[in-house]
Design a protein around this ligand. Sequence first.
Ligand code: D5M
Ligand code: FE
Ligand code: ZN
Length: 499
Amino acid sequence: MASGERLVTSLLERGVMIEPEALAYLIHHPDVLEGRDLTGMETVTIGFLQRLTPPLADAGIRILENYQERFNTKGEVADFLNYFNSRYQKLAALLRNRPDMKNLISANKIAKLAGREEVSVIGLIYDRHDTPTGHTILNVEDQTGIVKVMISKNSPVHKRTAELVVDEAIGVRGQAGRNIIFAEDLIFPDVPSVPWSQGQSIGVFLSDIHVGSKNFMEEEFKSFISWLKSNDDIPHRVRYVFIAGDLVDGVGVYKGQQKDLEITDIEKQYDRFAELLAEIPKELKIFVAPGNHDASREAEPQPAIPSQFAPKLYELKNVTMVSSPAFIQVEGIGILMYHGTSLDSVIDSIPSLRKTGYYNPHQAMIQQLRKRHLMPSYGEKARIFPDPEDNLVIGRIPNIFHSGHVHSIGFSNYKGIRIINSGTFQQRTAFQVKIGHHPTPCKVPYVDFQTGDVALLDFSKEGQHPLEHTPTGGAQLSQQLAKAAPQISIPQTNGGTNK
Ligand code: D5M
Ligand code: FE
Ligand code: ZN
């Protein structure tokens, strides 16, 4: 085609090469390069051209779930009853249709049964304990009452009791005795297998930037932004940046924080953060959710950071402020983004996670998917806002589940869902020294939406990027990271909600 030849000639005259795919693309989109300054560019790649074509990206972006503060509940007992009722109803609806739930009945009917009958119940775990002989007893509550469930230590399902936590919804199938069920099966709501939904671009995942902290690694963060701007294939294909909270260090988040702050005014912290984001090419869409250090409500779900604290952030046209959790869809790929404040309590409440859970945050995230809930137990470490609807239930199934908070990267591929914990850009803090935690700062995961591959970049001074590339969607990467993680047990802190 003559116009193609003309394009190539004009590019070559400017000393720029062009990939064959890029040429084919240019023939169909002849306007993309109009008025573009190609100074310093060696080769025009297909990724570069795709990023310059905004309609593709815009058409594919949907914010499917974005929590807003609607109810002004006072946190009275009745509010929590309503909240847990909603949790029960949402999760019971998922469990009810499962083929394993034979002869489903309500808790108050168990006592009336004549003999040994096979039944199923669905309920929230009210409490649990182990008998001196090693059996496990649960009290499971539905809307009609509480039923005792006994899981014999000799039962093949007994090993599943290691995953059980208070307040979560489960299905139980077994033999009914008098007001007790001898469990033969324990059923988690769980997620179905999810096929990868093919997109075109690359998404980059960040969290826990902690701007304003003396420990914020600004130089390394800037080197990440330079990479985004560089003329390489991978950064050219990046069109989305997801940031899952703890954007700034905040003010008054924990006792004695003042001495750890470089910037002591929260608005100035957000100004600085906005200045850094303004450096990211405008063609990229950036999604920003709050974390427990941000100027959003502490109780979860957290609404988006209000504009009065971060006016400069709201001025950036390519930034979308969302809640935590939020569900975003780009190019047909569903992303569940949640800061991860509850990971402390998930790790604390499951014995197998207690020791090394902070270095394997993806394992705690798998538990959230199995329980279909972002904060299965209501505890002291994090708080739930008692809305009439439980918005922490994982209703919609994502392709990517993204969290942060623990400051350690972690990856997994659970039933096709890419699990990503994106680490931090904050150097180890005095608090983390005290609890023996070694963060993994400056490592940035990305997902190739075309293939579903997860890869990791390293922007630490000693690091090189790209660090690893795993076609397995993260599983292999996790194993390598688990091996590299320092095997240190973390003493449990029990004080307060944060530090
Ligand atoms: O969380 C930074 C790190 O500190 C992260 O690894 C979690 C850990 N952390 C924070 N709060 C607690 C509590 N209450 N118990 C145990 N570990 C905790 P950040 O949210 O950035 O302060
Ligand atoms: Fe953090
Ligand atoms: Zn956090």
